[in-house]
Design a protein around this ligand. Structure first.
Ligand SMILES: Nc1ncnc2c1ncn2[C@@H]1O[C@H](COP(=O)(O)OP(=O)(O)O)[C@@H](O)[C@H]1O
Ligand SMILES: [Mg+2]
Length: 471
């Protein structure tokens, strides 16, 4: 991060300095919340969690090179003491981004935020130094930590913003006011917590309300194919740029198809022209993500050819999202266990079907969490889709929701051993180890809380034939 003295940090956060040996003491390294990640000059932000209290690690952090600690009580080493560490981090981020004047691109949506953020980062890096959210650190702590990584060299800050309720995006955009605000889609992720799709749209739309007016450079990048997102145009003073497959989108895809490997190919159109794209990522859902990223890159001055080349080269930066690995025996493992919702389940199953042409396909699926009243119907529908797409074997893993998945498949006409329900990850691994044959393709996918990546990892782990390890 940029160099700040403890006096400046105290001023910005409204805190008090304690145990400062030298009034010129400066923070120069990144802000971290885990004392093991301290770098020379870091600011260690101490959080009091349920099991561990960061304040107990303050001394260790300073011994490891941290310049100071951000804390809620004096800790015997140089510290700025504040009432609330989360709010203090937010205030710091806001002050630093304002001082740097970095261009801020913020994005939200129900599915595809991390994938799209990683695409945008890979595109913009061709243009200028870019800092982006690592993984999915998209909340009130991760966002400031990311923003505080910006330096004088940084030209673009690409920030993923998550929401589990009304007001969350407003809070995050208040910390790092975006110039370009992107909304990907309004799906059903966290619908149980929100109450319904309209409430989700209400919450995600806070993104475009936060943008500057068109004449001040604000740009709202909206999905033309999603009616609830398109309708957000009425909630912003910013200029609207539409992406999607819809014919009136400013940035659109034509002739969309999946290659035999399940990789999307299409003709990209931007206001500067058109160019062919064949992606390295898997699954048709990435077309929408790619168009969103292309729209942002276009807005920041990239030509259609530059964008198409960068999109065709882009890989995955975050783990367990359609991570495809070939085993030496010819079994292909597709690890999409990072998360799941009905939209992404359908996209992943279609990708499996495309990749598995002429091969045996396995869908190892678990619960999609937080679906509220829709849960039974959505699990049933995914089970049915697996049969309609001709997936050879469905392995539903877990409790009640898994049984709904399997029953959906059964009712759609799968019979005998084509769909099975097993109780846990270990049972799934045992079944797969005894039945997989060279040439098979295995998709592994469920909500984060199920931890099904353990199945994918066990299938790829040739050193031991032992137990599935815990997370
Ligand atoms: N545009 C999209 N529509 C539907 N599902 C998607 C889309 N993009 C990605 N996914 C799927 O959603 C899951 C989560 O993807 P991710 O990029 O991590 O999204 P998020 O950060 O919004 O949770 C993955 O399983 C991925 O395959
Ligand atoms: Mg994410």
């Amino acid at each position: 991060m940029i160099a700040l003295s403890l006096a400046e940090i105290a001023g910005i956060t409204g805190g008090q300095s304690h145990d400062i040996p030298d009034s010129g003491l400066q923070v120069t390294g990144p802000v971290v919340i885990d004392s093991r990640e301290v770098e020379p000059g870091s600011l260690f932000a101490a959080f009091a969690g349920e099991k561990v209290d960061g304040h107990d690690y303050a001394e260790r952090a300073v011994a490891a090179g941290a310049a100071a600690v951000l804390a809620t009580r004096p800790v015997g080493v140089p510290a700025v003491v504040v009432d609330d560490v989360t709010e203090a981090l937010g205030a710091l981020a806001r002050a630093v981004v304002e001082r740097l004047g970095t261009k801020v691109v913020a994005l939200t949506g129900s599915a595809g935020k991390t994938s799209t953020k990683d695409l945008i980062a890979q595109l913009l890096q061709h243009k200028a130094p870019t800092v982006w959210t690592p993984g999915s650190l998209n909340n009130e702590i991760g966002l400031p930590l990311t923003a505080l990584r910006a330096t004088e060299e940084t030209e673009h800050l690409v920030l993923e913003m998550g929401a589990r309720g009304i007001g969350h995006i407003r809070y995050l955009t208040g910390l790092t006011p975006p110039h370009i605000g992107l909304v990907l889609n309004v799906g059903t992720a966290h619908i149980g917590e929100f109450g319904g799709r309209e409430q989700i749209a209400e919450a995600k739309g806070e993104m475009v309300e936060a943008l500057p007016a068109a004449d001040a450079g604000g740009v709202a990048v909206l999905n033309a194919d999603d009616p609830l997102v398109r309708a957000m145009a009425s909630r912003t003073k910013a200029r609207v740029l539409l992406f999607g497959e819809d014919a009136d989108a400013d940035v659109r895809a034509e002739n969309v198809r999946l290659t035999g490997n399940g990789q999307p190919a299409f003709i990209l159109h931007t206001p500067t022209g058109c160019s062919d794209v064949t992606m390295r990522l898997y699954g048709e859902h990435h077309v929408s993500n790619a168009l969103a990223a292309a729209a942002v890159a276009h807005e920041l001055g990239m030509s259609v050819d530059e964008i198409a080349t960068a999109l065709s080269e882009a890989g995955t930066l975050s783990r367990w999202r359609m991570e495809v690995t070939e085993r030496p025996d010819g079994v292909t493992v597709v690890n999409d266990a990072y998360n799941a919702n009905p939209e992404s389940m359908r996209a992943a199953l279609r990708a499996l079907a495309a990749m598995g042409q002429g091969r045996r396909t396995w869908a190892v699926l678990g619960q999609m969490a937080e679906l509220g009243d829709d849960s039974l119907a959505e699990h049933d529908a995914v089970g049915r889709l697996a049969v309609r797409l001709n997936v050879s074997k469905l392995v539903a893993v877990g409790g009640r929701e898994a049984s709904w998945l399997q029953l959906g498949a059964y009712n759609e006409g799968s019979w005998g051993e084509e769909s099975v329900h097993v109780s846990d990850a270990q049972a799934a691994v045992d079944l797969l180890r005894s039945e997989l044959r060279p040439g098979d393709v295995v998709l592994v996918k469920a909500s984060r809380s199920v931890g099904l990546e353990r199945v994918a990892q066990a299938l790829l782990d040739h050193r031991t034939e032992g137990e599935v390890t815990g997370r």
